[in-house]
Design a protein around this ligand. Structure first.
Ligand code: BEZ
Length: 233
């Protein structure tokens, strides 16, 4: 893991350790958290532009997972999805004070593969959860080896649809992220994620139809109860 990068404008470090998840951490929490808050960060854009050789793909066939881009950098690029919400929604976790070192070590192993540590202000969705919180976030910056950059959206959906890795099918990662975002808040949808989820669902239903059409006739029509009883007599 590379050196930490502290951004200006961060809320003060109050001695607590908070982690912001905008990808798999939303539905697959870290161990030993004692608070979990939905909310958002600003100044970033979430994209499926990071290759995954260790979780949702392999070194020879890397899958695709999300990273965050600084919005000012993303605005200089040509992206097929040329709009992005002002807020990147996700979940912040407070890690128990006595477990911080253990969790940092766990995360350094879990989240390696191009991601580096950054800090950003996190805004809780509910006013009752207080003001901005200083959170640690893992980002695959454009200079890391696994950064892929802008891709044709249909080609990206097909790539995700085909990819598998030690943590499971890439499609499960995308659909879990989509479902998790839908569940965070009425405003937490992300068009990039939603469009990709719709495209892979369409690919999956087309494949299911093709398989059903190609299946042998005996699997097509289950016998009625009467027919089965007649056969068994
Ligand atoms: C996340 O959920 O925020 C995340 C997970 C793995 C790597 C980078 C980010």
């Amino acid at each position: 893991m590379s050196t930490s990068q502290v951004q200006n404008g961060l809320p003060p470090d109050n001695g607590e350790f908070w982690l912001f998840g905008y990808g798999s951490l939303i539905w697959k929490p870290p161990p030993h958290f004692d608070r979990r808050i939905p909310g958002f960060v600003t100044g970033y854009v979430r994209r499926f532009w990071q290759a995954s050789q260790d979780h949702r793909g392999t070194p020879t066939n890397p899958g695709r997972v999300v990273t965050l881009l600084e919005r000012s950098y993303w605005e200089t690029l040509t992206d097929h999805h040329d709009t992005a919400p002002d807020r990147v929604w996700g979940t912040a976790y407070r890690i128990r004070a006595d477990k911080v070192d253990e969790v940092k070590e766990y995360l350094d192993i879990r989240e390696i593969n191009g991601y580096t540590i950054h800090y950003t202000p996190f805004h809780p969705a509910a006013a009752a959860d207080g003001g901005p919180i200083r959170t640690l976030v893992y980002i695959g910056t454009p200079d890391n080896d696994q950064f892929v950059g802008p891709q044709d959206v249909q080609a990206l959906a097909e790539h995700i649809y085909r990819s598998h890795g030690p943590s499971g099918p890439n499609i499960d990662y995308l659909l879990s992220l989509h479902d998790a975002l839908e569940g965070l808040s009425p405003e937490s949808g992300d068009e990039h994620v939603t469009d990709l989820a719709q495209r892979v669902r369409l690919l999956a239903s087309r494949t299911a139809k093709t398989l059903a059409n190609d299946a042998p006739h005996e699997f097509k029509q289950a016998k009625s109860v009467e027919e089965q009883e007649e056969t068994e007599k």
